[in-house]
Design a protein around this ligand. Sequence first.
Ligand code: URA
Length: 236
Amino acid sequence: MRINKYLAECGLASRRACERLVTEGRVKINGKTVTNLATDVGENDFVLVDGKRCEPIHKHIYLMLNKPKGYVTTTNDDKGRKTVMELIGGKYADKRLFPVGRLDYDTEGLLLLTTDGDLCNRISHPRNEISKTYVAKIENEISEEELNVLRNGVILDGVKTKRCRITVLDFDEKITRLEVVISEGRNRQVRRMFEAVNREVIFLKRVGIGELKLGGLSRGQWRELKPREVEYLQNV
Ligand code: URA
């Protein structure tokens, strides 16, 4: 990267003002003063301005996507299926974003994408128990007994699921719509919990991660997280 751009990305000043820092002989790269504006700075170079270390501010990117069904949550699918990355266009299309956690191929809804590996690990770590809210649909009505079995935990792969919140939202045209709030992230957890009581989830959408809500974001659309949303995630 050219020296003036590098200095500007360190947040020192505009590119034009940074050119002056160079021509005035105030910049050193690896101990040597540089005044030539055509100088490039590499990743391992050590840059001083007026004797002070200068490093670019790496601004991370945080996006929320409304994933449609029919997309895999990965940066690259070896079976050639459509990936969620294909939905991220515009200025972020070529950025090194990766999805935070996973939604199944057939599940839709709120998916976070970021360049911030630390944040991704924090949110995905079981210790943090960040809740995830889903809307699920099943055929026919569901009894209070079945709901209580699900709420108290069912055995998946030999381990009981943690207690969770399940509320019936409505019943219409032989379909029950439920809100399911879980605080674990086991593989296909919601679908498998219902399978454990012999019920099939025919539609599944994640509508919330902790306090983050999908809101009115249309299917296939994405938006940047607001600063207060990023701050929330950084403190979970
Ligand atoms: N539970 C599921 O069954 N699938 C998902 O994608 C997320 C949670």
